[in-house]
Design a protein around this ligand. Sequence first.
Ligand SMILES: [Zn+2]
Length: 386
Amino acid sequence: MPVENPEFEAFLAHTDRDSPAVPGKLSVDRWRLQFRSASAELEIPLDQIEVKLGRRRDARIYFRDRRQPALSLFTEDDSVLACASFVQSRDLRRQLEAELGRRELMRRIRLTVYFFAGCGLVAWLGSLAAGAMVRSFVNEIPPAWEIKTGDSLMGKLEAKLPFVEDSNAVAQLTALAQPLLRAIPVKKVPFHFHILTDPSPNAFALPGGHIVVTTGLLRLAGGPDELLGVIAHETAHVTRRHAFRHLIAGEGPVFILRIFMGGRSRLLEALAYPSEKLVYESFSQEYEREADDVGWDYLVAAHINPHGMIDIFQKLRNYESAKGLSQKGSAFDSHPSLDRRIAWLEAKWAGLPDKHDFIVLTNPVPKINESDVEKMEKVGRLLRPR
Ligand SMILES: [Zn+2]
């Protein structure tokens, strides 16, 4: 519930003078809005307030006393609108409605109240709400826009990194993934596969359905079920839009609130040009766990033996420890909890009712011409895995 009397950073300005705005604190109680600073004080009864929202890139909220129109108070702290007095005052609600449109206003107030659980409360509650908000934002991203963004990012990577040009191998990989892709219930974007010349066994996914596996991973995978274990995990990163969630969440709560106040256009503006950095950053353990779970479900739905996922993770872990990279190396530092993840998947396997009804996978793991790869791999370490 909203809480009375929180304080917000705010400024007082004289609209017809050139003097700089005075910084101070804004608070709201049942009857009035109060501004205090070392040099100025202002009180506006709630029934005399005029509210205006900044246009376009101006994220400010302006308050004016109808009786003193030359004075203007403003804050960039959107959460002021979640305060009880604002939510309850019919006059203010009407003004804001006119500014925003009624539905948008109700949505914002509901979510703002939810987010702050009353103007700033327990951090974990906030982060849960922030997670929920981030999820709801990314659900609003149109698939066509995701595809455009992903394609452009992929284009940048292709210009820089040594991708395998053997279209036969890519076609084989695509064919191998078909039984899995068919089992994914809602596919908002098409999937495209790419093979990167890199000796480290690794895979990553980009928005717009681009799945990249390394030649090192193809070499490590003992069979199609193992490779599909990794691919299922990567497809889940795509369907759950983890890259966008990662980008938004990484900017912090203030940014989240700004997007929230600015609606979809601000969200798309913020995500329009994801840097290639995205590929090099690790996802949170929460997203990794979600990708394991969702990927596992895709495998089971496709009647592909999901134990392949466990097998390949074990191989990855062994690779990691053999290279001495398990502590703080350049490989798999995004998967520090591989042991825990394997244990989690083993428990899922133990609980799987039918461990025999799996399809026979006939498409082989693509073989890359090794001599070419060796030449290319000399280019050096390219990516951190995800
Ligand atoms: Zn992952």
